[in-house]
Ligand binder design. Structure first.
Ligand SMILES: [Zn+2]
Ligand SMILES: [Zn+2]
Length: 318
């Protein structure tokens, strides 16, 4: 930060992109984020005319920025935005974020669908995680299974055609490395932004996948979007935060390295996804949703939670 003149308008630059050397003023920087997002959307043909677009809005900086950017590029009402919010139920943490989501949604005049773990599964995330000492699974991997299904449920209720999530370049690069480190190489194909899941009719798109997390935070800051700055109390467990630190360290030493990793992961994903021959899924014997082994991840996890958590008395039915 802190540079001379904006490369575009000669105004006072407030940010310099280390990977390109470009210095920009706040206004030109925000424009550049909108332009980058538009380029990603058209490159992968993410959104189309007349679609109802569900935007997963958690209330963090990335998702609020995504809603704002998509709203901004939709002045001609090419598509209809619907905000989808999941309240996982983390006491003293999620309430504030849900409020930030509701406030921006109201300000932009966007439809809002809110679902909660409690409503969908019968327990909050706090209750579901109440068996920390006995498990080797991270809180994030448990929560992730439930959140994905909750977003899908919200999307179905909202009747949307596509789900946009605010995953950024850092998330993408982290997921790529984590799949390798976990031995989940077969999941790399899923990182192909053009892949479609036959079992789930809604396409998932990530319009921020080519933008650094740091730049999205800066976009939120320059746009004066109020967001929750405290991170989830459960996030510092598990491999992801180590991978995040590692990538930040590499980027600091070698500017642009995250971008290189993104390009490598896209190349690998596209090669692998072209080899995918359907996912051979079978309906879950409990809930009927697609699964690979006859019981889906959500039902498997709900059973584990019901068996172990002190706060969850009996399995509920979803
Ligand atoms: Zn400028
Ligand atoms: Zn199931």
């Amino acid at each position: 930060m802190g540079a001379s003149a904006c490369a575009r308008c000669q105004g006072k630059a407030v940010y310099t992109r280390r990977y390109s050397g470009e210095s920009l003023c706040a206004s030109c920087f925000k424009d550049s984020i909108v332009e980058k997002t538009k380029r990603t959307i058209s490159k992968y043909d993410m959104l189309n005319y007349g679609q109802r677009v569900g935007v997963a809005v958690s209330g963090g900086k990335d998702s609020l920025s995504l809603l704002q950017v998509l709203h901004g590029i939709n002045r001609d009402k090419r598509f209809t935005l619907v905000a989808l919010t999941v309240d996982e139920g983390v006491e003293g943490y999620r309430e504030e974020a849900v409020d930030h989501a509701a406030n921006l949604v109201r300000k932009l005049g966007v439809e809002h669908i809110l679902v909660s773990y409690k409503q969908l599964y019968g327990f909050t995330l706090d209750e579901a995680l109440d068996w920390k000492d006995e498990r080797d699974m991270s809180s994030c991997s448990i929560c992730g299974v439930f959140r994905r299904r909750a977003i899908d449920e919200a999307a179905v209720r909202a009747g949307v055609d596509v789900i946009a999530t605010a995953h950024n370049l850092d998330d993408y690069a982290q997921t790529f490395l984590m799949n390798l480190l976990h031995g989940d190489a077969d999941r790399l194909a899923w990182l192909d932004p053009t892949i479609l899941d036959d079992d789930f009719p809604l396409r998932r798109v990530k319009p921020f996948m080519e933008i650094y997390e740091e730049e999205i935070a800066l976009y939120a800051y320059f746009s004066a979007i109020p967001f929750q700055s405290v991170s989830c109390p459960y996030m510092h467990e598990g491999l992801r935060s180590e991978v995040r630190d590692f990538l930040n360290e590499m980027e600091a030493k070698h500017a642009g390295m995250k971008n290189v990793l993104l390009r490598s992961s896209l190349l690998v994903a596209s090669k692998l996804s072209s080899l995918e021959k359907g996912f051979g899924s079978i309906p879950c014997s409990i809930c009927g949703k697609p699964s690979s082994k006859g019981t889906c991840n959500v039902c498997t996890m709900k059973k584990l939670v019901a068996e172990h958590s002190k706060s969850v008395l009996s399995p509920s039915r979803v």
